[in-house]
Design a protein. Structure first.
Length: 467
């Protein structure tokens, strides 16, 4: 399996020289110009090792290291420093860096440092998996709930984790499809041999999706400045999670089908097949059967990915899980022991939850942010839900197609606001899909979200990751 190195360096020439040396050593390399860009790539690229310069504009290496530690990301970091600034590198190691190398870089020293970092990371992953198995802890237990539907789901995921069968996860946005996919990987034998790699097919422009999946050779198209390893190669001996597979362009579906059938991929611009051993977990919130009948999804691919279909229930169908979810989410985000009042629970159970568990988590995070030191969740902390209960006229409009205006009327702007926010939650905070849900051009959808304060006016790194 090819390891991925994230190199964060503002000097373009130095970045290119070191990247070339690492690629010659057999590694896949992705690069960032500063710490802020590097932080975003920790999530999107999931590197195995980070090589980070100490001194950079915008966000330097020490600031990057501090932000990374705050995210509880355990990817080993090798700091790069000028020979006269070794004291700074030592401080970085005290702050959590794994090792440091000095400029000008000796290639043998660099390769040895990277090799040691990879060995330590492999041992850490293996030890964590072994500890969890000894203690009986499973990733599938993060699918929280006491309802029969969730208990059945956990049992199904636990059984499937031991196999390599292709699984299709179905359910609305926010129900936990990625969590279930991760459990299929982490609770099975592939967690010890390969990575869990995620690709949201709706979040990548169609013209770049083939490169994301299969990789490309340098110069194969405009903008291909370096060789790139695709997600399938990165997931070799592990698991790839293809989220929103219903949005994959029809012409690319044939190439995906071949990969699933033959276990081979071909990089763009390369006339060579590469063998990959990857378990595929796909997910969708769309009716694929209808897409097949409309000619928008290949029938043979549908049968290939739905070897084992698994349906994740929406939150509104399991109100008995609300209380345990509230406790679990609050504890996960630093508020252990906080209980919800009876009135608060009644209000939460009455809500239809178009955004499912993700919407509930966002609501609880807002409550904690607005009332620091929260000891008990009261109905007043979630008062905004009072206007979106199942008997609310706008909820009826959104869910049942019936419009009943209240006696004292309602502002049209409020209707627009709630519809837009519902589309934003249901799309999983994906601007393109959200715009499609309400029939707006993407830029018009973004403008309206900014108008209602749901989206920053000048971009946000967390939002941009969804594009």
């Amino acid at each position: 399996m090819t390891a991925t190195i994230l190199m964060i360096e503002d000097d373009k020439n130095f970045r290119q020289v070191v990247s070339y040396a690492l690629k010659q050593a057999g590694y896949s390399v992705v690069t960032a110009q500063d710490g802020r860009e590097g932080l975003a790539m920790l999530t999107t690229e999931k590197p195995d090792v980070v090589l980070c310069d100490v001194k950079m504009p915008v966000m330097d290496g020490m600031a990057f290291l501090a932000e990374k530690q705050a995210l509880r990301n355990d990817t080993p970091v090798i700091m790069v420093t000028a020979f006269g600034s070794i004291e700074g590198a030592v401080e970085a190691m005290k702050a959590g860096a794994f090792d440091f190398v000095t400029k000008p870089i000796n290639q043998d020293v660099l390769r040895m440092a990277v090799s040691r970092a990879l060995e330590r990371q492999a041992l850490r992953v293996e030890n964590r998996a072994l500890r969890e198995r000894v203690r009986g802890e499973r990733s599938v237990d993060r699918l929280v709930g006491i309802s029969s539907s969730i208990r059945d789901l956990r049992e199904t995921i636990a059984r499937l984790a031991e196999s390599s069968a292709t699984v299709l996860l179905r359910g609305e946005s926010g129900v936990g499809k990625e969590l279930a996919a991760r459990a299929l990987h982490e609770d099975g034998p592939r967690s010890l041999s390969g990575r869990f790699v995620v690709l949201n097919c709706a979040a990548v422009p169609s013209e770049l999706l083939e490169s994301e999946l299969f990789g490309h050779r340098k110069g194969s198209f405009t903008g291909a400045h370096d060789d790139r390893v695709g997600k399938f190669e990165a997931a070799d001996n592990g698991t790839i999670f293809l989220d929103e597979i219903g949005d994959m362009p029809l012409q690319l579906q044939a190439k995906l089908l071949r990969t699933l059938q033959e276990g081979e991929i071909e990089r763009i611009g390369e006339n060579k097949m590469r063998r990959v051993n990857v378990r595929v977990v796909a997910a969708t919130n769309q009716p694929l059967e209808e897409l097949v009948e409309e000619g928008r999804f290949r029938r043979d691919l549908f049968y290939r990915i739905s070897v084992v279909p698994v349906i994740l229930p929406p939150l509104r169908e399991r109100p008995e899980d609300i209380e345990v979810l509230v406790r679990t989410i609050l504890a996960r985000h630093g508020a252990p022991g906080v209980e919800a009042s009876a009135d608060a629970l009644d209000r939460l159970r009455a809500h239809r939850w178009p955004g499912n568990v993700r919407e509930l988590e966002n609501l609880l995070l807002r409550a904690c942010a607005l009332r620091p030191g929260l000891k008990r969740l009261e109905a007043s902390d979630i008062g905004s839900l009072a206007a979106t209960r199942s008997d609310d006229p706008i909820s009826i409009l959104l869910s049942d197609g019936v419009l009943e205006l209240p006696e004292d009327g309602i502002k049209f702007e409020e209707i627009e606001r709630r519809i837009l926010l519902a589309a934003w939650e249901q799309s999983g905070h994906n601007q393109t899909r959200g715009a499609k849900l309400v029939g707006l051009p993407r830029q018009a959808f973004i403008y309206r979200l900014q108008k209602f304060g749901a989206l920053p006016s000048h971009g946000d790194s967390k939002v941009e990751e969804k594009l």
